[in-house]
Design a protein around this ligand. Sequence first.
Ligand code: ATP
Length: 211
Amino acid sequence: MEKIKIPKATAKRLPLYYRYLLILNEEGKDKVSSTELSEAVQVDSASIRRDFSYFGALGKRGYGYDVKNLLTFFKKILNQDTLTNVALIGVGNLGRALLNYNFKRSNNIRISCAFDINKKITGRILSGVPVYDMDDLKQQLSDQQITIAILTVPSTAAQKTTDEMVDAGVKGIMNFTPIRLSAPADVRIQNVDLATELQTLIYFLDSDKEN
Ligand code: ATP
């Protein structure tokens, strides 16, 4: 399928649309208006229409959008047809929580292997996922053709582990450590800093109070 260039903000909203369309489809609904979508996913309808316009003529005025057409389209864009295996590095508290969660609501992403240096947990299967020694990283990622990894090691090990992942061919890192990682330009890093996010929330609540 040809790649469509879409703005980042639009790309971020795609999974929201997709999830709601799945629900509509399960309910047997054939069409959906931008107003209805707007209420369900909490995105204003002008943005929805603009987002959808990037994908060509998917909607008809006065009719709304065809749910099945949209689903087929989003499925392709979001790669929902193919299963993406992901690795997890660092099976501590957060790592275990993610293994247990294992992206249950998504049928196309799965943590298929985990890695740690702690001999007490390597060689075991946790929440259905095998935990390997870090020494096996390169071999396993190559065998399973994995290029995406979730990083949940302690901060002190974050950069070293990143270097090992990059060496093993990882091209996408979901970084749960507070460290800003350095990696080659072709490696994409998504930072998920839970403490900072909470701090931001607290900041906004405090400033709401002041106003
Ligand atoms: P816990 O209570 O299990 O220690 P935690 O999440 O606070 O939970 P951390 O010290 O953050 O623990 O470590 C997370 C996991 O990362 C641990 O299982 C640890 O063995 C593992 N780990 C530490 N260093 C490395 C490394 N260099 N490579 C891979 N895994 C590592």
